[in-house]
Design a protein around this ligand. Sequence first.
Ligand SMILES: [Zn+2]
Length: 435
Amino acid sequence: MSNEAANISGESQRARWKYLDRILSRPGPFTDPDWEPGEPVIESLSRSKILVIGAGGLGCEILKNLALSGFKDLHVIDMDTIDVSNLNRQFLFRHADVGKHKAEVAARFVEKRVKGVKITPYCGKIQDKDEEYYMQFAMIVCGLDSIEARRWINATLVGMVDMQNPDSLKPLIDGGTEGFKGQARVIFPTMTSCIECQLDMHAPRAAVPLCTLATIPRQPQHCIEWAHIIAWEEERKDITLDNDDPEHITWLYQKALKRAQEFDISGVTYSMTQGVVKNIIPAIASTNAIVAASCCNEAFKIATNTNPFLGFPETDNYMMYTGDESVYTYTFQHMKKPDCPVCSEENLARPLQVDSRSSLQEFLEGLAERPEAQLKKPSIRSEEKSLYYQFPPDLEEQTRGNLSKKLADLVSNGEEVAITDPAFPLQFKYKLIFQ
Ligand SMILES: [Zn+2]
């Protein structure tokens, strides 16, 4: 290519970014008086290393939007492979991609389409990576469908903050959708309210009473919950259920299917089993587009400082959107909880009213339904001793006998208990108050 031709092609490349560059090349009505427009900010945007977690419905939108917003160094993590049912909204995937890893296919597609963007995929779990890995990013944008994964990354990022090192504070932008509803929020770990503080915004689905599952299932979901909660416990007690292990899901699916046939219930499928077990909610393409767009605009504003953004300093940090009943959106400041088990400095014990006559087992089961706890495999210790441990197996066996005991026989009124769950790197403290 001659020099002239190379220049023309360079110019035409630059022309594509004309309107974006304009925002970055002159002050606007909302820019800070100290803000300096021009090449350095364009440059720093393109160097800014961003991690996208999730390459599904929201993730496809987020990757596309960030690439078209001037970010050039993107990383993406997703452990899933492409299913034919994804194709209606996960537009970076084609029929020929079914069975391939989402992160890999999404990265290659966007790289091909937006020249100059580099996307590094990782096909695996966020839990595979350590603090050193997360430390390399300027910020993290999540498009996840699981509350568990959000809680894990949130606790990890809060734990990484070192007051002596401003670089250790990684803004977390989180998008989420559920049918026609969604939210975009920005978390500055330790400075703003965190995902754990906001957990009660995602109340767990109304739990089906155990007796319905055990005796008279009415819906295919009841049969899956039965396989999940009861059958697994009875037949595969020694194996820790891994929601991401296809063999485990297949086992649950076959159990649920058999039970559904016994009760003449139809509709149990593999993907429904996966959905129920992983608590996956239905997705609508347009809601994903709205929420992802809002997340990416916040990422752009945080990276460039062109405009005020959610979460800093001391401002609104949560945008909710609902299209359920007409259209409504509201942005507010969600306040930090002084007793948040993740971001509160003191990690105060939360007072909790309990019935002293209920058994330890009933108490632990109740934690799954408490909006601010939502723990499925809790282990518990009092100030004095281990009350119940899920792992390791010998400790489980030693403490199992306590499950049927009454709370009054295990702890005293006002005693503090500490609860842990293998899914989260944190500890919950409750002060048990007898009713
Ligand atoms: Zn918090």
